[in-house]
Design a protein around this ligand. Structure first.
Ligand code: IVH
Length: 697
């Protein structure tokens, strides 16, 4: 898409613009180059996943363009980066007809199926050997795009294959889909392109973690997540979900010259799409002659399935020569020149044996399904969250029901559906308890929230869960104080509150079965070490409702000592980043409670750090005003550790190599970042050892 020279030029333009925005009046800014720079950086970020400027810098450019266009509406173009943003809600998605029907694919599951497909293909074409183009079968929601005179004019769902829903506004929220592309360079006037909308595994996981915090059901799997999101009527929410678009098939085009054939091979169409800025499977595709080699590739690709950042459910094998494709034709259901090779399913059926109601650390009651154990994708699943009462009702789940269970990749298992049609009559409705299953306190449900709660702060289950959470890896990280041990010590009366962690009777523990001098020594030092953890981990470990790691960090940065939060009003709290009324109120309630305040004082007495030492360090830190970036595998530090060290010492992490970068810390197998940094001349390239020396200076 962008040559090396263009890349350098656009990078320079962007940096110059960032400077100009500060020094020149807006009338002096060239809108076209501003737009070019923004499009270039969007491409680097969303298509290549390799940004060259920070998010902050991008935002500055974007906001400037927005402002200039607002003041000069005449300057707005249809494909301006600002034109993705939609005003208001979508009323409906009108039905539209695809230029060419969207067919399905025939499926294959093993080598024999593929050999059979190849035999038929050879018969139909009269050839001895066929060249195939193989690409991932993206597991998302199918879409169809139309570009006319280089402009994206329509995006539609697959629908019934003939008609789909017009979802153009939502498609524009997907930043890897260009609003314009230079098809005219190939004499193409109108073109229809097929593709798949996905949510990558990482974004999917992040989103579901947020849902779990609120006892809301997660998105079932990346496929449903993408399909569901495309039908949301608020484009803002669509934009927030960070969908990605892969385009893999040109289904129709017309040219300015009559009957001109632009492409000879399918692989050429993939390459052109890539060249024009689309995320086509250019890097993933493979052109192979002969079915035996194709089979070999399929096997190998399936082994690496989990390493991909997005879900694939197989590979698609397409006859590469387009003339041959035409000759082979299609059935009413699928083309004869393509076949899907499906990977092992990640779904299985099982039965619901019983439902347990678990009490979480904030009192939320979570129903958990106990099912007949089934292996799915390499793990045995026997226990699955049912999230909340509404989920059970919506999915019409009863004890004894047959269930369809899915576990996509490393995603937590999920109940896709029940099979009411298979009921035999002995199935029982699930009754949600009215009282806490542990302390018998009546359960409450706040209007608008999904979870029933036990509001008894002294509920045994909550106390135990609070301690487990406090000691967990992301909180105080006390190795040796896991769920089983906490439960045991709680039963023995040695653990009662968080503070009791620091008053354990080690002489007694030593005498317990399974413990010895050595393990007690280890536990002691893990507990000692927890006293030196950064403040945000302590805040997170307190288990305040809705306060996850990110909010804990925000809070820690706002204070010099934890007890200062006592004096924060609801308004003060809401002034902090990403803290809304609900979260603010939970924090406010926590610090208004005298018992909590005395717990914190008690912890301070025990030697925990309530002061924000890191902040003091960072303010006068020896890396302040310096920017860093890491690349390659470092010999001893994890990437996240190294980045945290920079921030702790007052430095800043950049997202890409740019003129703003001071230090690139290089490990093994460093990639393109190193090349870029070398060219820039201004960046100092150092090793991990040199980096560590800088910290100790
Ligand atoms: S080609 C006429 N290529 O899989 C042939 N489809 O199960 C059109 N899919 O409806 C399909 N990745 O939504 C093709 N690389 C790929 C694909 C792909 C995913 C989807 C597509 C199709 C479905 C069939």
């Amino acid at each position: 898409m962008y040559s090396r020279e263009q890349t350098n030029k656009l990078q320079t333009t962007g940096n110059q613009l960032l400077k100009d925005l500060k020094s020149k009046p807006f009338e002096k800014i060239n809108v076209d180059s501003l737009r070019d720079a923004l499009r270039f950086h969007e491409y680097r970020y969303y298509v290549l996943n390799d940004p060259l400027i920070s998010d902050f810098e991008y935002d500055q450019l974007y906001k400037a363009l927005e402002k200039i266009e607002l003041e000069n509406p005449g300057l707005v173009t249809a494909d301006s980066p600002t034109q993705r943003v939609a005003k208001g809600l979508t009323k409906e998605f009108p039905q539209v007809q695809h230029l060419v029907p969207m067919l399905s694919l025939e499926n294959s599951y093993n080598a024999e199926d593929l050999i059979d497909f190849d035999r038929k293909a050879r018969e139909l074409t009269g050839l001895d050997e066929i060249e195939y183009c193989i690409e991932p079968k993206f597991d998302g929601a199918g879409i169809s795009l139309i570009y006319e005179n280089d402009l994206l004019v329509r995006g539609a769902t697959r629908g019934d294959g003939v008609n789909g829903d017009d979802i153009t506004t939502n498609i524009k929220q997907i930043r890897s889909i260009p609003l314009s592309a230079k098809f005219s360079g190939q004499n193409i006037r109108q073109i229809e392109i097929r593709g798949e909308i996905l949510i990558n595994k990482n974004n999917f996981k992040k989103y579901n973690e947020q849902m779990a915090e609120q006892n809301l059901p997660p998105l079932a799997n990346p496929r449903n997540a993408a399909a569901g999101t495309l039908r949301i009527k608020d484009p803002k929410i669509v934009a927030e979900r960070n969908l990605e678009g892969f385009l893999y098939q040109i289904s129709y085009y017309s040219t300015t010259q009559k009957n001109q054939k632009v492409f000879k091979f399918h692989s050429d169409t993939i390459s052109l799409l890539w060249e024009l800025g689309f995320r086509s499977p250019e890097k993933e595709k493979k052109v192979i002659t002969g079915i035996e080699k194709v089979i070999g590739h399929c096997k190998k690709f399936e082994e690496g399935r989990d390493d991909l950042p997005y879900e694939v459910d197989g590979l698609v094998i397409k006859v590469n020569n387009l003339e041959l494709q035409e000759k082979m034709g299609m059935t009413s259901h699928h083309p004869r020149w393509a076949i899907a090779f499906k990977f092992k399913a990640r779904q299985a059926t099982s039965h619901l044996k019983s439902v347990e109601f678990q009490v979480g650390r904030t009192g939320n009651i979570t129903p958990v399904a106990k099912i007949d154990p089934v292996p799915i994708g390499g793990v045995t699943v026997s226990s699955i969250s049912l999230h909340n009462e509404d989920f059970i009702k919506e999915k019409d789940i009863r004890i004894g029901d047959a269930l369809l269970v899915e576990r996509a990749g490393d995603v937590i298992p999920y109940i896709v559906k029940s099979f009411p049609e298979l009921r035999k009559g002995h199935e029982k409705k699930i009754h949600f308890p009215e009282k806490c299953p542990v302390c018998n306190h009546p359960l409450h449900k706040v209007e608008g929230e999904a979870a029933w709660r036990c509001t008894n702060y002294n509920c045994e289950a909550q106390s135990v869960q609070r301690i487990i959470h406090f000691a967990s890896k992301d909180a105080l990280d006390i190795t040796g104080l896991g769920e089983a041990i906490v439960n045991k010590f709680y039963e023995l009366g040695w653990l009662t509150t968080i503070a009791s962690v620091y008053e354990l009777p080690y002489e007694k523990i030593e005498k317990l079965e399974g413990f010895g001098k050595k393990s007690v020594q280890n536990l002691k030092s893990a507990i000692e070490k927890s006293k030196t953890q950064p403040l945000y981990r302590l805040i997170y470990g307190l288990g305040i409702r809705y306060v996850g790691e990110a909010t804990a960090k925000t809070l820690a940065q706002a204070i010099n000592h934890l007890l200062e939060l006592k004096n924060f009003s609801l308004e003060d709290l809401q002034k902090l980043e990403d803290i809304g009324p609900k979260v603010a109120s939970a924090i406010y309630q926590f610090f208004s409670n005298k018992e909590n305040v005395s717990l914190l004082k008690e912890l301070e007495k025990q030697g925990l750090q309530l002061k924000n030492e890191k902040k003091e360090l960072a303010q006068g830190g020896n890396l302040s005003n310096l920017t860093f970036l890491f690349t390659g595998t470092l010999p001893t530090l994890k990437r996240s550790e190294a980045e945290a060290m920079v921030e702790d010492h007052g430095g800043q992490i950049l997202s890409g190599v740019s003129a703003k970068l001071n230090y690139l810390v290089v490990g093994d197998d460093a990639g393109s970042k190193l090349d870029k940094a070398k060219k820039l001349n201004t960046v100092k390239i150092i090793s991990e050892e040199e980096f560590l020396k800088m910290l100790n200076r």
